[in-house]
Ligand binder design. Structure first.
Ligand SMILES: [Fe+2]
Length: 277
């Protein structure tokens, strides 16, 4: 596997294929594939965006989940809406796109007309998979403690297995009574600057840096944090932390996954494909 470091990362999007332990009473969602995208931070069109869009048109998945921070700055929401149409328009087809907003987003982007995205604003929707039903919930976090997770997760049939989209990964510590099999988050940018050996040293959230990227088990729930696509002020660079798209395949939870020793530790995953431009 070729690794791309430093400057070369500017033109690279990593695709990670990850089997995700998912807890639910029946295993109907097993095998479902969710493409996880985050933190696009639209500012100007780039080769990375072009590559990400092409990958999302061709990769195999059943639904696309986007966990917030579409914008660079909230005040630029009109430009963000234009770029969202340019980016997501060609991707949209018969595969649904679900999304939540993040702390860089203006709520008006979720109200724009003709956007091929189902925004989940403290709400949920039922996704019909070939094997059964899955609830996709989303909490709107325009700031760290924003939104109502309980309302999002209880807004439909309570017995359905649930995937929660939440911009801040620390939401996994605040699920309360909501039964969530998988939390998808962004915000950390995977640490954005990852040091050799030390990895991520700052999560930008109340989450241990070691959990700021990838897959982990936290309080009995699986958490996946995307490194995202873009960057934002005051740190407009990525080092050892390329833009990424993750293809998550839901797998039945095993006893080993659920063991207490698996708690609060990253579950290793390997990038299987790196797209150069
Ligand atoms: Fe972000």
């Amino acid at each position: 596997m070729k690794e791309h470091l430093g400057e070369s990362m500017a033109n690279t999007v990593v695709v990670r294929h990850i089997n995700v332990p998912f807890s639910c009473a029946d295993l109907s969602p097993a095998g479902m594939r969710i493409a996880h995208l985050s933190d696009l931070h639209f500012c100007r069109w780039s080769r990375v965006l072009e590559t990400a869009r092409e990958l999302l048109r061709s990769l195999p998945y059943d639904a696309l989940a986007v966990t917030g921070d579409f914008s660079d700055w909230r005040r630029n929401w009109r430009r963000t809406v234009r770029m969202m149409r340019e980016f997501f328009g060609p991707i949209a087809g018969n595969r649904p796109i679900y999304a939540t907003l993040g702390n860089h987003d203006h709520p008006r982007i979720a109200e724009a007309a003709d956007m091929p995205i189902r925004f989940l604003r403290d709400d949920s929707t039922i996704h019909e998979h070939r094997n059964g039903l899955l609830r996709i919930a989303g909490v709107e976090q325009l700031h760290q403690h924003g939104g109502d997770t309980k309302k999002a997760c209880l807004s439909r049939d309570v017995d359905l297995p649930t995937v929660l989209l939440a911009h801040y990964p620390s939401t996994v510590y605040r699920l309360g009574s909501a039964r969530v099999g998988l939390v998808l988050s962004g915000h950390t940018h995977g640490g954005q600057i990852r040091l050799p050996h030390a990895g991520c040293v700052w999560s930008n959230d109340s989450l241990p840096p070691r959990l700021a990227h990838g897959l982990s088990r936290v309080n009995g729930t699986t958490l996946h944090v995307s490194a995202g696509i873009g960057v934002s002020w005051p740190l407009p660079v990525r080092v050892n932390c390329p833009p990424e798209i993750s293809i998550l395949t839901l797998d039945p939870l095993t006893a080993e996954d659920a063991a207490p020793t698996s708690e609060n530790t990253p579950i290793r995953s390997t990038p299987q494909k790196t797209a150069d431009i």
